[in-house]
Design a protein around this ligand. Structure first.
Ligand code: SAH
Length: 236
């Protein structure tokens, strides 16, 4: 009887793994299609490395149990405390825009579920990520540890001010909408570095900006897409 129960459990476990793998494969097809559409409008497709990472990281590990069956839908999902895990397409887009390199040190603002941090961690050397909501910081830190991401360092605080101690960063990814580009983040970007950030009002769509700092310290800003993010909060 015990054996039967055990093999049943194993079977259910495997069936779940298969289910998620299948759903993830379907999502990948959708991302290819979306990227193709974007390419037609001149935005460019995602790199192979970004696509491979999106195909590997298990998004269902980053959402609450109640949302797991929707984990591979191409949409944002609630993660508690009024916050959301971003839509997979937007995660792929933001990751692709910073052109991640294996040796890069990246700063992320808005850890949330830690999904974006995990995607980055697969592609770069180290990720520093800041979250302002204590319980989310706590659960994201535990999750990253459980999943073995030892190249991600988390911190509780207001990401508006960046993380001076570890600056300059090769890239900065801001995953909450700011009313303006925080000057401390511009300062903490290395010459030649890239930042992606949604900028705009709280109750309207925002513009996803790609900000490049040239080797001569010039700032070049490009508007990439209309997006909708939760607001960057804090007392700054
Ligand atoms: N990158 C996350 C997306 C989370 S949504 C993911 O992959 O799941 C944006 C997150 O930014 C929320 O968790 C929110 O609490 C956090 N946030 C908002 N304002 C912030 C600030 N000033 N500093 C740091 N985090 C902030």
């Amino acid at each position: 009887m015990r054996h039967l129960a055990l093999s049943l459990l194993l079977f259910v476990g495997l069936a779940h793994a298969d289910y998620y793998a299948e759903r993830r494969a379907a999502l990948m097809e959708e991302l290819v299609y979306y990227a193709q559409l974007a390419r037609d409008s001149g935005d460019g497709a995602f790199s192979d490395a970004v696509m491979a990472t999106m195909a590997t990281v298990e998004r269902h590990e980053f959402v609450p149990s109640s949302e797991k069956r929707l984990a591979y839908e191409n949409r944002p999902l609630p993660i508690g405390h009024g916050q959301t895990i971003s839509q997979p397409y937007i995660v792929a887009l933001m990751t692709d825009l910073i052109e991640p390199d294996a040796g890069d040190i990246v700063l992320e603002i808005g850890t949330g579920s830690a999904y974006q941090a995990a995607i980055l961690a697969e592609l770069v050397e180290h990720v520093y990520t800041i979250e302002i909501v204590a319980p989310l910081f706590q659960s994201a830190s535990e999750r990253l540890k459980r999943l073995g991401y030892d190249n991600v360092t988390t911190r509780l605080g207001d990401g508006y001010f960046g993380w001076e101690k570890h600056a300059p960063f090769d890239a900065i990814v801001v995953t909450a909408a700011a009313s303006h580009v925080p000057p401390p983040l511009i300062n903490q970007l290395r010459p030649g570095g890239r930042m992606v950030i949604p900028v705009g009002g709280r109750f309207m769509t925002q513009q996803l900006l790609l900000i490049e700092k040239t080797e001569q310290d010039e700032i070049i800003t490009k508007q990439i897409a209309a997006v909708r993010f939760v607001p960057l909060t804090g007392e700054h």
